[in-house]
Design a protein around this ligand. Structure first.
Ligand code: NI
Length: 171
């Protein structure tokens, strides 16, 4: 099932999500499947559960946008355990459609998480994958990428969103 993507302004996006305590349940497996479907439908490379209105610590990532099923990643209760270097690049978010800003992030990032069966793993990613680990883990902590841009630029985005909300052009 494809869920609509929750847009910036909804409190669930700025609330710390809850840990998953039961793994490999039909509900969890269905939710993960629906998250991939919703992410691909929106043509994203990552999606966090709060973006479909679910305040749980689950994120899915596929930097190939569905081109390579082997690249599908599920991160449950993820934690960033190390960061190295720096990269600057454009970043966007499905919850802030049409906006993109330059965000400086670590270049190499190691995440520790559980898979949907409850098996713990660690994974190191560089470049786009490192960026996705940080962006999605941020989501689960109630943080959006616009927290990492200048207050001036953030304020500009907020004002543009408010205008779109008033015009009923924002979900
Ligand atoms: Ni996002």
């Amino acid at each position: 099932m494809v869920y609509p993507i929750v847009k910036y302004g909804q409190p669930v996006l700025e609330t710390k999500a809850a840990d998953i305590t039961e793994f490999d349940t039909p509900d969890l497996n269905k939710l993960v499947e629906d998250m991939f479907e919703s992410m691909y439908a929106a043509k994203g490379v990552g999606l966090a559960a709060p973006q479909i209105g679910v305040g749980k610590r689950i994120a899915v990532i596929d930097t190939t946008v569905g081109e390579d099923a082997g690249q599908k990643l599920v991160l449950i209760n993820p934690e960033i355990i190390s960061k190295e270097g720096s990269q600057s690049g454009e970043e966007g978010c499905l919850s802030l459609p049409t906006f993109r800003e330059t965000v400086t992030r670590a270049k190499k990032v190691t995440v520790r998480a559980f898979d949907a069966k409850g098996k713990p793993f660690e994974m190191t990613g560089e470049d786009l994958l490192a960026r996705a680990f940080l962006h999605e883990t941020d989501h689960l902590n109630g943080t959006l990428y616009i927290s990492h841009i200048s207050p001036l630029k953030r304020d500009l985005i907020r004002r543009r969103v408010r205008k779109l909300q008033k015009a009923n052009e924002w979900g």
